[in-house]
Each structure stands twice: as C-alpha cells, then as structure tokens.
Design a binder for this molecule. Structure first.
Ligand code: SF4
Length: 203
C-alpha cells in the first residue's frame, strides 16, 4: 500500500511551475487527449489510481512557496471535478503567498449545477479555459463532452463569469486550427471579456 501511495504523482515540477494533479477523470473525451495515448507526461506518471486529499497536496508544497512561479491545477483530468480539494489546496497556497492557476475545460458550472466562480475567485489567480474550437459542433466533435454541444456555450459563460469576478482569464487554442478559426475564437473571447492565447502545436 505504501509503495502504491509513493507511485502516485500528485505534483510535478515543469518549467519553474508546480503542477497539481487532482484527478484522472474528465467530462470531455478529447480525441487528442494524452490520456488516450500514454500513461506518462514528460516522464511523470499522471494516471492516478487514487485521488489526493487537499492535505496530501499541501504536504507536497515546498517550504519556500516562492520557489515556483505558479501552482497549476492541471493534470490528466479535469481539476474542477475535485472542486472541494481544489479550493482547499488553492486557499493554502494563497495563504502562503503563492500564485495559483487553473487549467480547465470550463465546465465546472455544468458539473456542479451552480455558479462556482464566486468560490474560485478568492483563491485562483488565473484561469486558462481550453476553447479548442470555433463552433459548438466542432467542439463537440473534437472534445466529445458529456454535456454535448451545450458544453461550448457553458464554458464561454463560465469564462465570462470568472473574468467579471476579477480572475485573469483566457481561452487557449492551438495554432493548427488555422487563421480563420483563430479569428473566430478571438471574437468569442472578446465577447466573453477574456483574452485568447494561441499555443504552438506540439505533435
Ligand atoms: S479536457 Fe483535457 S483532460 Fe479532459 S479529455 Fe480533453 S484534453 Fe483530456
């Protein structure tokens, strides 16, 4: 059991950030998800057989919280599925002076059937919502959300609410979708009051 515990990767350092891995579950089933392809990511085994508690995450934080630029709730799955753990761990990081970021599919309000952005705002500094596509139909085909095409409007509403609460919020897309779609995504972002970040595709 102890060996099994030790084998879990709840946190890992990358590019000066500490990534926090709360769950392997997700409400999407993206065709490109690394969960479909490999059990590790940059050498880290991210597929969890057991999910961490907030205390276990807190125990893995460095004594010097400034050691990492950002503490990023990310991982293989959707962090907001573990909202109570996320909020507790983020509050501890904020209490100690760290910067927190959430990488999400933006479906938290659909998952929890209420507006959770007011709970996120005090403890999450930055939110990166994966937009991925320019239309609900294309998003549903690419990300295969449990909520169907409604997920696309849902994630936009979530991002807009996060921005209105003062969280630094942006949508992300990958450059391979092409100029036309990127322009359409930029318009969606503007309508939501968030920015758009275009990431370079890494095959
Ligand atoms: S939202 Fe992220 S974790 Fe979920 S299936 Fe898509 S790529 Fe994977």
């Amino acid at each position: 059991m102890d060996n099994q515990k030790r084998a879990e990767t709840f946190t890992y350092a990358l590019d000066g950030n500490l990534y926090l891995n709360l769950t392997s579950k997700c409400t999407n089933d993206c065709t490109f998800c690394v969960r479909n392809e490999r059990a590790d990511y940059f050498g880290h085994k991210l597929w969890l057989s057991r999910e961490p508690s907030a205390e276990e995450i807190a125990a893995q934080l460095p004594e010097d919280i400034g050691r990492y630029k950002e503490y990023v709730f990310c991982g293989f799955g959707e962090p907001t599925l573990k909202l109570p753990v996320l909020l507790e761990a983020a509050a501890e990081i904020k209490r100690r002076g760290g910067v927190t970021r959430l990488n999400t599919n933006g479906q938290a309000n659909m998952i929890w059937k209420r507006d959770v952005t007011g709970e996120l705002a005090p403890v999450v500094d930055k939110i990166n919502v994966s937009l991925n596509e320019a239309t609900a139909e294309a998003y549903a085909a690419l990300c295969r959300p449990a909520f169907g095409e409604a997920a696309f409007a849902g994630l936009q509403d979530f991002a807009a609410k996060c921005a209105r609460r003062g969280i630094e919020t942006w949508f992300s897309v990958v450059d391979i979708i092409g100029r036309e779609k990127i322009d359409a995504c930029r318009a969606i972002a503007a309508a939501c009051g968030v920015s758009l970040r275009v990431r370079k595709y890494i095959g």
